[in-house]
Structures are given as structure tokens and as C-alpha cells.
Design a protein around this ligand. Structure first.
Ligand SMILES: *Cc1c(COP(=O)(O)O)cnc(C)c1O
Length: 382
């Protein structure tokens, strides 16, 4: 299928670009098999064992590689598996510079398991600090999210990639919040793009998955070797579910993003709301930069309310919006980062990032905007 198709079409039609599909099947078959018979001694159908590769998963990987403009995508059992596998590129004594405001599970991985394995980290605010001041002779990678999680800071991907390469390091971008529909970090110089496919790619809060996407053949080879060795692979059935989710990526995000902007503007006018952080608002300090490097501001926003008491009341009173972790699904979710996604982030890191006990994060879904506003209105003012 033509690579020149627009992304909305590729989300749908790359599924059929599949040499294995028979009988005119429109949907990719689910090859629910652990192993594959060999035609003869020393021969292979191209598939030997599902931990290494499976036709359903391979088709998903081709779709995600195409959406992110990469040459290789690897599908993992979840986003954390993708990040853990990426850490296998580094050795004891290596140093990484990481944004201070990133997914809490990533921080937990770095602070516990990676540090135990001898990898060193510096945590900085990439959107404000000069990263070159933190580069050391053993710095091997810079790791960012943009927008960050949950405070929605915007970092210049192109500039950061340049700094990484000038210092013989690589740039890793967790692109979960934007999805490939809105931002393609490889085009801006990033070396590895990571996704929690659990979020916008799957899109329905029903399947975990994760991805790494690269262009560099040597990095791809190392990641694939770790993958088959460690075994954090995505199952054939879950691969199929993610393929199905991706078909509606563009329409879901268009609607969610439209809702997010309306909601951000509504939140600004609420008495109990003290701060609204959404990169689609012109007053957001990263507004222009985000516009330059992404095709939209996404559907994630954060806001501070006046008190912890208000946080409690809102979370107890919402009916349509659900109080839950995660993001990127059709339904709107409110998250209380300090007790949920970021519960394991040390206090000094929280203070540096500016995440407070009055901060709520919202993943805006694709419901009717008036229904969303009236639900929040009754929770805020009830
Ligand atoms: C959810 C998330 C992860 C972890 O992904 P899982 O699929 O839950 O393992 C990593 N990074 C970001 C930005 C996330 O939102």
C-alpha cells in the first residue's frame, strides 16, 4: 500500500497490506499460535516462534512504523516493557538526563531497577533548563516527553536532538501524549520514539501495549535482540486489538482535541480553578513551540483547584467522567497524579516539577462537550 497516503488513510488501510491475508479478508487474521512448523531442514516460513515474531504482530509493527515514519517498530506487552527494553541499550556507568516531569512508572523504573543496575540519572526541566550544563563524559541519552506528564511543558525536540548528537548521545522521546497522529519525533531528529500503545493507539482502555520505533539499523538490531531475549512481546490477539484501535486514531483525536480546547476555556472561568495548563491555550508558554513541532495540542490537560477538599469533592461527585488512571481512550478520565500515576515520585522531584496536591489531570474523551461540562459543573459547584 502506498506510503504516500495521508495518515488518516494509513491508519485504516495498512492493515490490508498483508501478504498472509486470504479469502479477501478485510481484517488481519489473528495467528493464535506459539510456534510454526518448518517446511524442511534448515527452512523457515519466516516465522519460527511467536516470542520472536508472529504475522499478526508483524502487521501491527509495520503500521506503527509507518505512522511514526520509522523503519522498524517493535510491539511490547505494555509501555513499561518498551521502556525497560530500551534501557538494555545502556551499561553500568552510563549516565542519562531525564525530564523531571515524566510518567511516574518511568521514574520508578529509573530510580529503582536502572539505578540498581549502575545507570546514573540527572532529572531536569528540559523546557526551562540548559541541558548542556548537565552533560558528562558518560552521558549516553536524553529522555523526554513533550508535552510532559502531567504538567504539559513543551520541549524543543529538534534542538534537544542536536545537543544529544553533538555529545555522542541519543535522544529518546516518549510520544504517548501526542500519538503519531499529532507529532513525529523521528522527523525532528529523535533516535528512539516510545509509545504506551495502551493509550491513544489502542484507544479504548481495553488493551495494554507498548512500542519502540527507530530508523537506525544498529539500534533496531540491539533492541530486537533484547526483545527476543527478555520476552516482553505483545500477544497475537492484543496485536489485533491495537490494529483495530488504530483505525479510528485520527477521528478520535480530532474530536478529543476539539473537546479539550473547549473544556480548557471553560475551566479558566471556574472560580475554584486556579490554573489551567493546556498547550492549546495561547497563554501556555509552550504554545508557539508546540505549534511548530506538532500538528495539534492533544487532549490532555491539567488544572489546579483551590484546595485538597475540592479535589476530594470533585472526584467523588463526577458521574460521566471517571476517576481513574490512564488516558487516551474514548471516555474522559480524571486522574489525581499525586496519589496515582506519580505516587512513587520523590518529594524533591515533585517540588522541582511543580506538581501539587491540588493538581488534577484530565484525559478528555470523545463524549458530547455539553455533557462533559455539565458533569464537571455539578461536581465543582454541587
Ligand atoms: C502509561 C504511560 C507509560 C506506561 O505504559 P503502560 O502501557 O501503562 O505500561 C509510559 N509513558 C507514558 C507517557 C504513559 O502515559
Amino acid at each position: 500500500m502506498s506510503k504516500s497516503l495521508a495518515i488518516e488513510s494509513r491508519c485504516i488501510h495498512l492493515e490490508r497490506d498483508n501478504k498472509e491475508a486470504r479469502f479477501g479478508a478485510i481484517s488481519v487474521p489473528i495467528y493464535q499460535t506459539a510456534t510454526f512448523a518448518h517446511p524442511g531442514l534448515g527452512q523457515s516460513t519466516g516465522y519460527d516462534y511467536t516470542r520472536v515474531q508472529n504475522p499478526t504482530r508483524e502487521q501491527l509493527e509495520k503500521i506503527v512504523a509507518s505512522l511514526e515514519h520509522g523503519t522498524d517498530a517493535i510491539a511490547f506487552s505494555c509501555g513499561m516493557a518498551a521502556i525497560s527494553n530500551t534501557m538494555e541499550l545502556f551499561n553500568s556507568g552510563d549516565h542519562l538526563i531525564v525530564d523531571v516531569d515524566i510518567y511516574g512508572g518511568t521514574t520508578r523504573l529509573f530510580r529503582t531497577i536502572s539505578e540498581k543496575n549502575g545507570i546514573e540519572f540527572s532529572y531536569i526541566d528540559f523546557s526551562k533548563e540548559d541541558v548542556t550544563k548537565y552533560i558528562k563524559s558518560n552521558t549516553k541519552a536524553l529522555f523526554i516527553e513533550t508535552p510532559t506528564n502531567p504538567l504539559m511543558n513543551i520541549t524543543d525536540i529538534e534542538k534537544t536532538a542536536k545537543i544529544a548528537h553533538e555529545n555522542n548521545a541519543i535522544l529518546i522521546v516518549d510520544n504517548t501524549f501526542m500519538s503519531p497522529y499529532l507529532q513525529n519525533p523521528l522527523d525532528l531528529g529523535a533516535d528512539i520514539v516510545i509509545h504506551s500503545g495502551t493509550k491513544y493507539l489502542s484507544g479504548h482502555n481495553d488493551t495494554l501495549s507498548g512500542f519502540t520505533i527507530v530508523r537506525d539499523e544498529a539500534i533496531s538490531e540491539k533492541l530486537r535482540f533484547a526483545y527476543k531475549t527478555v520476552g516482553a512481546n505483545l500477544s497475537p490477539f492484543d496485536s489485533w486489538l491495537v490494529i483495530r484501535g488504530i483505525q479510528t486514531l485520527a477521528v478520535r483525536l480530532d474530536r478529543a482535541q476539539e473537546n479539550a480546547l473547549k473544556l480548557a476555556n471553560w475551566l479558566k472561568n471556574q472560580k475554584i480553578v486556579k490554573r489551567v495548563i493546556y498547550p492549546g491555550l495561547q497563554e501556555h508558554p509552550g504554545y508557539e513551540l508546540n505549534k511548530k513541532q506538532a500538528r495539534g495540542a492533544g487532549a490532555m490537560l491539567a488544572f489546579d483547584v483551590d484546595s485538597v477538599e475540592s479535589v476530594r469533592r470533585i472526584l467523588e461527585k463526577i458521574r460521566l467522567v471517571q476517576y481513574a488512571e490512564s488516558l487516551g481512550g474514548t471516555e474522559s478520565l480524571l486522574t489525581y497524579p499525586i496519589t496515582q500515576t506519580h505516587a512513587d515520585v520523590p518529594k524533591e522531584q515533585l517540588e522541582k516539577s511543580g506538581l501539587t496536591e491540588r493538581t488534577l489531570r484530565m484525559s478528555v474523551g470523545i463524549e458530547n462537550i455539553d455533557d462533559l461540562i455539565s458533569d464537571l459543573d455539578q461536581a465543582f459547584n454541587g
